[in-house]
Design a protein around this ligand. Structure first.
Ligand code: HEM
Length: 508
């Protein structure tokens, strides 16, 4: 018996060693992909590739990818090959190549290449993640929801949330407290998106612990385990699907499904029609003639779309407002210039803000553009090649299945386009200065047919939020804010460690 057990242990050890040897050889072999194709590359770290996992990294995802961009650009490369874990990823640096991939030759790069498992996790099959025909059909259906005309109909909801924000700050200022501005703006964004995407009055300022906010926080506060899971699923989607992997826990999906289901039933029972994203989904669902390939919507599909409007709209917009107020706090002259513009525009409109007046806030628009350059909420975007693609003016063929990373943050800090790129300077976005740059040198909303569908909504919400704060309060930096800012290594969307704390003083 003893000898048999010993032999079993030896055999098992042998198998483990053999498997490890095979894995080692396979990983080494995978890392030859770009070399074999004569594509310049930076040496990958064994197993992790070029992008280190959060527990090995001291900087944020965005900064990590931007560093790769800079190292490659300094070598004079127009593109390079990198590895995400062991899978090869093509990273273009040249803006014309980027333009071809995102726009001109988009048909080769329709998909995003992120993990979707509709069967196990229906909420993952949303506009941001899905690809192919289903994405095209959904995008066509949803595009009319985001036109300027539709923004106007949603403006009042946003403006109402702006007034709530203003009142909240007024009370806090009376109590003489510094504000963790990101959490304040997160409440404002939650109220807006809760109302427009789910038809809910969230009252987040009064009840900061509403389930809606709690579930939202759980989606965004990725722990290291979740980041690893996500990274693995994106790299090996077939294995992840085979294992039936889901990314979010089931109760999050159940919560959002119940909210949408209850609201739809309520509206249908009471003949309530509202001008919001959810109504658009309901209208598409009720269009009986359509078939199930993305031209019609089931309840689960509506939940997925409402969910993506929430996750794509909430954190991006509050991050933009947070960093704008931070920069205005440390650049008082620019702050004063924005405030003067607000006063002038409001005076023209009887002190009543409306959608058209927002468009007249031109300098504020420049300030937002500069914030989105320095702190792009989405620091890089992905595409997946769906049909072999020959890169123009080169011998390189990007094979079907290869993913592409567009290094937004890297481009935004490139000194070839932005001299003294660390300096916050809204003049970079004057009409005159914009014309001197390649249009793809500033792409915080992405570009091409997959450009952010909510861009207008995001800008509207950001402008209303800034206006509500700046017309009433002077903003300065509280010493609780760490200097210099340190971005968290775990969150994809830039988030500062320790928060951004501001003092707000009432204006006379
Ligand atoms: C300042 C605010 C925002 C920023 C910076 C931002 C940025 C982005 C970026 C970079 C992309 C990827 C584009 C690409 O791959 O080319 C994207 C996609 C998307 N965004 Fe936004 N976004 C913002 C606000 C919003 C809002 C408010 C919504 C919805 C209400 C939204 C919904 C979406 C959706 C659904 C997609 C996927 C589009 C598709 O794949 O067809 N975003 N966003």
């Amino acid at each position: 018996m003893g000898i048999l057990a010993d032999r079993l242990v030896v055999d098992l050890l042998g198998i483990v060693v053999a498997l490890l040897a095979v894995a080692y050889v396979w990983i080494k072999w995978s890392y030859q992909y770009w070399e074999k194709r004569n594509v310049p590359y930076l040496p990958p770290a064994f197993l992790w590739g070029n992008i280190l996992p959060p527990h090995k990294r001291t900087i944020s995802f965005g900064e990590d990818v931007a560093n790769i961009y800079k190292r490659a650009k300094d070598k004079g490369w127009k593109y390079l090959g990198i590895y995400a874990l062991t899978s090869p990823v093509y990273m273009p640096l040249d803006l014309d190549i980027i333009k071809n991939i995102m726009s001109k030759d988009f048909n080769h790069f329709v998909d995003r290449g992120v993990y979707v498992n509709e069967k196990v996790e229906p909420i993952s099959a949303h506009l941001f993640s899905i690809g192919g025909v289903k994405w095209r059909n959904l995008r066509t259906k949803f595009s009319p929801t985001f036109t300027s005309g539709k923004m106007k109909t949603m403006f009042q909801t946003v403006a109402k949330c702006g007034s709530i924000l203003e009142n909240y700050i007024r009370n806090e200022v009376d109590a003489n407290k510094p504000l963790d501005i990101k959490s304040v703006l997160a409440c404002y964004s939650t109220d807006i998106i809760g109302s427009c995407a789910f038809g809910l009055e969230c009252n987040t300022f009064k009840e900061p612990d509403t389930p809606f906010r709690q579930f939202g926080d759980r989606v965004f506060n990725l722990n290291k385990f979740l980041v690893m899971k996500l990274t693995f699923a994106n790299q090996f989607p077939d294995v992840a699907r085979f294992l039936g992997m889901r990314i979010l826990s089931k109760d999050i999906e159940q919560f959002f499904t119940k909210v949408v289901d209850d609201t739809i039933k309520y509206r249908e029972r009471n003949n309530v029609v509202r001008h919001d994203f959810l109504q658009m989904c309901i209208d598409i669902k009720n269009d009986e003639e359509q078939s199930g390939d993305g031209t019609s919507l089931t309840l689960e599909e509506i939940v997925a779309q409402s969910f993506v409007f929430f996750i794509a709209g909430f954190e991006t917009s509050s991050t933009t407002m947070t960093f704008t107020l931070y920069e205005l706090a440390i650049n008082p002259d620019i702050q004063e210039k924005v405030r003067n513009e607000i006063k002038t525009v409001l005076a023209k409109h009887d002190n009543q803000i409306n959608y058209d007046a927002l468009n007249e806030l031109k300098y504020m628009g420049q300030v937002i553009d500069e914030t989105l350059r320095k702190y792009p909420p989405v620091p890089f975007v992905t595409r997946k090649c769906v049909e072999d693609y020959k890169v123009p003016n080169s011998d390189l063929i990007i094979k079907k299945g290869i993913r592409v990373f567009i290094p937004i943050r890297g481009i935004h800090y490139d000194e070839d386009y932005y001299e003294a790129s660390e300096v916050f300077d809204p003049e970079r976005f004057s009409d005159e200065n914009k014309q001197t740059r390649h249009p793809y040198a500033h792409i915080p909303f992405g570009e091409g047919p997959r450009i952010c569908i909510g861009m207008r909504f995001g800008i509207m919400q950001t402008k209303v939020g800034l206006l509500s704060v700046l017309k009433n309060f002077r903003v300065s930096l509280n010493k609780k804010t760490s200097n210099p800012l340190k971005l968290s290594p775990t969150s994809f969307i830039p988030t500062t460690e320790g928060g951004i704390w501001l003092d707000l003083n009432k204006l006379n």
